[in-house]
Design a protein around this ligand. Structure first.
Ligand code: NAD
Length: 253
């Protein structure tokens, strides 16, 4: 098992990519904090992990709320004694709104969940990881929208570009001479519940924005989880500050 004895926090772990990561990490021996805003779905994921013989604890934590971030990080240490892996996975879309259309409310919410949350959770986690003999690993789930302009609306694309910048800064300041590695997964199109937030109108806008990008191959959450396992394990011990594109080749054409 690749993650034996390690404690991992996975945010947005009640659905989609985060759920697949939490389940795979548990199968690989990690003790997993399953964190999300959807309590019922959290409980199902935790139960499923325990039924398979894994270790997990659930917590309702909105990544845009300071007290809930603190409680989540504290739970990892109180329940399992360390915090070795942080996966900032929770994220929301912005309905493909252009800069001329996006409201302050949508902009602020998308930045709060997709960028400020990961910053604050990383800050709290680093304080713990720095004091541990083996340091820790941070994995941020961005998007190919963090590398290109047309794979989301203005707020989403900005938040994911920012998340990649944050990751590289952590890698440079804590990883080169320290013991905390930070890397990004940049998924292409993955079959999850996130698309349920896209309205018909936004879908048309998305198609317009994506014109020329070609049809996206559709991946499964389990395929993304394998990338997150590589980046969490010692198999990637010299990988730091990387952006791993996992998009079935969509952005290679
Ligand atoms: P999903 O909607 O299936 O899962 C996201 C989870 O995050 C949900 O369980 C939701 O309850 C939770 N969440 C939402 N807001 C939250 C908050 N404020 N605090 C805590 N949890 C919150 O979506 P997914 O596709 O699995 O998305 C996971 C990540 O992958 C996101 O960051 C998303 O931007 C990224 N991503 C997804 C795709 C894709 O095609 N599915 C592509 C690129 C990037």
């Amino acid at each position: 098992m690749k993650l034996s004895g390690r404690t991992a926090i996975v945010t947005g772990a009640a659905s989609g990519i985060g759920k697949a990561i939490a389940e795979l990490y548990a199968r690989e021996g990690a003790k997993v904090i399953v964190s999300d805003i959807n309590e019922e779905a959290i409980n199902q994921v935790v139960e499923g992990i325990k039924e398979e013989g894994g270790q997990a604890a659930g917590i309702v934590a909105d990544v845009s709320k300071d007290e809930e971030i603190d409680a989540m990080v504290k739970l990892a240490v109180d329940e399992f004694g360390s915090l070795d892996i942080l996966v900032n996975n929770a994220g929301i879309l912005d309905n493909f709104m252009t800069v001329g259309e996006v409201s302050d409310q949508v902009w602020n919410q998308v930045i709060a969940v997709n960028l400020t949350g990961p910053f604050k959770i990383s800050r709290a986690a680093i304080k713990i990881m720095e004091g541990q003999e083996n340091g820790g690993v941070i994995i941020n789930n961005a998007s190919i929208g963090g590398l290109f302009g047309s794979r989301g609306g203005a707020a989403y694309v900005s938040s994911k570009h920012g998340l990649i910048g944050l990751t590289k800064n952590i890698a440079a300041t804590y990883g080169i001479h320290g013991k905390i590695r930070a890397n990004v997964i940049a998924p292409g199109a993955v079959r999850t519940n996130i698309s349920s937030s896209i309205t018909a109108e936004a879908s048309k806008m998305g198609q317009k924005a994506l014109a020329g990008a070609g049809a996206a191959p559709l991946g499964e959450s389990e395929q993304l989880a394998q990338a997150a396992l590589f980046l969490a394990s010692d198999d990637s011990s010299f990988v730091n500050g990387d952006v791993m594109v996992v998009d079935g080749g969509w952005t290679s054409v």
